[in-house]
Design a protein around this ligand. Structure first.
Ligand code: PLP
Length: 399
């Protein structure tokens, strides 16, 4: 069944603000090559979309039907992940109200499921024949799964050193997997160079307008899970920044529907020390980031040397009075062990990076002990078995 509650009306360029039709397949703004954003008739949405209405909705992100694409969802049950109070870890960090939003429980083990569910849904409805994406790992797995569910072939282009679980899942889902020696930026170039000839529709991060729509549902969930309030601080491990941009888009939509006022959580972007273009730009006060040479981190989702939406991430971090900081790989795995042992959550290193950030910001007094803080564990630790195995190996001095 199509999503009859959808109030989607058009696409709008995030940069030049030009309007484009939502009824044909679109990538970047044809005029200025910046990301396009989906727009809705939020007045109409507000008539059917309310806290009370949500009680009867599907137990997935598709419950936020008014602000999602109008098509029959290609769904594997993504979204509505647990918001777990983390009191033992909180005590260690000096934070009384620390929560972990556990996105590792999504289909394919990461929050990429949300974005790809929305993107594949729309691409299928608009007649895409073959779907393709460059990936650092989890987006590829999620695309492969949703493409399988939709019955559309998928091409996944990934660095040769992508975690093994990502390669395996893509192959199992029947995708055409192409491995390159290089980074996600090189994979992106490969897709861009081959898409015309091979007739792919590209669903790369922010080059496709609906991945952000899927990821913004995390913002709606914050509101729903905190009983119509938003937390004080959200800590988000940032690669392409889609989740952060998406949540801020959700907050703006909620304000326009009269659900919230102008208050926002302070959005914190944490990146790997070995690939921190957003943090560098934030510290310099620059509106754009610069390409990060020799990007290196085991947190593969954070290995994005230049994000297409960097200017939006930086604007969102600044206007919400957030901040940006780094975590080293060593810090991530140490914090991930602490999180696992204290709370029973086995996190991806990206998720563990948020623990490092919380620790540093609490220590500095940037976060007060009484504030409500949400850490996004964006993926499950189970998909990073090589990296975790190395991190958990007994130290050399023991032998
Ligand atoms: C992709 C990914 C990220 C980064 O997400 P963006 O929204 O692109 O910044 C973080 N963590 C994990 C586990 C990922 O797969």
């Amino acid at each position: 069944m199509p999503n009859k509650l959808s109030t989607l009306t058009h696409l709008e360029c995030s940069h030049c603000r030009k309007i484009w039709p939502h009824t044909v397949l679109q990538n970047l703004c044809p005029q200025c090559a910046k990301p396009l954003l989906a727009r809705y008739d939020l007045k109409a949405a507000a008539r059917t979309f309310s806290r009370e209405a949500l009680a009867d909705r599907p137990y997935s992100m598709w419950r936020y039907a008014e602000v999602l694409p109008p098509d029959e969802p290609v769904t594997l049950g993504e979204g509505l992940t647990p918001m777990l109070l983390a009191p033992r870890l909180g005590k260690k960090l000096g934070l009384d109200r620390l929560y972990v939003k556990d996105e590792g429980l999504n289909p394919t083990g990461s929050f990429k499921a949300r974005g790809l569910s929305a993107a594949v849904t729309r691409a299928k409805a608009l007649g895409a024949k073959i779907l393709a994406t460059p990936t650092a790992g989890n987006a590829g797995g999620a695309l492969a799964a949703y493409a399988a569910k939709a019955g559309i072939p998928a091409v996944i282009v990934m660095p040769a050193d992508t975690p093994r679980a990502n390669v395996q899942e893509c192959l199992a889902f029947g995708a055409d997997v192409r491995k390159l020696d290089g980074l996600i930026s090189d994979c992106g170039r490969y897709v861009a160079e081959h898409r015309e000839e091979e007739q792919w529709f590209e669903v790369s991060t922010l080059k496709e307008p609906y991945r952000i729509e899927g990821k913004k549902t995390m913002g709606y969930e914050l509101w729903e899970q905190f009983a119509s309030k938003l937390p004080d601080v959200v800590i988000y491990p940032t690669g392409g920044g889609v989740g952060l941009i998406g949540m801020c888009k959700a907050f703006n939509e909620m304000e326009q529907m009269g659900w919230i006022g102008s208050e926002r959580p302070r959005m914190v972007s944490v990146q790997a020390a070995g690939c921190a273009p957003i943090v560098a730009a934030y510290e310099k006060g620059s509106p754009n980031s610069e390409f990060w040479p020799n990007a290196a981190t085991l947190a593969s989702g954070l290995r994005v040397p230049k994000a297409l939406g960097d200017f939006i991430i930086l604007e969102d971090v600044r206007t919400t009075h957030g901040t940006a900081l780094t975590a080293t790989d060593e810090e991530m795995f140490a914090a991930g062990k602490e999180l696992a042992a204290a709370e029973g959550i086995f996190a991806a290193p990206e998720g563990a990076a948020t623990v490092v950030a919380a620790q540093k910001l609490a220590q500095k007094g940037w976060i007060k002990s009484s504030e409500t803080v949400v850490l996004f564990n964006t993926g499950t630790g189970y998909k990073y078995s090589e990296a975790w195995e190395a991190a958990l190996r007994p130290t050399k001095t023991a032998s």
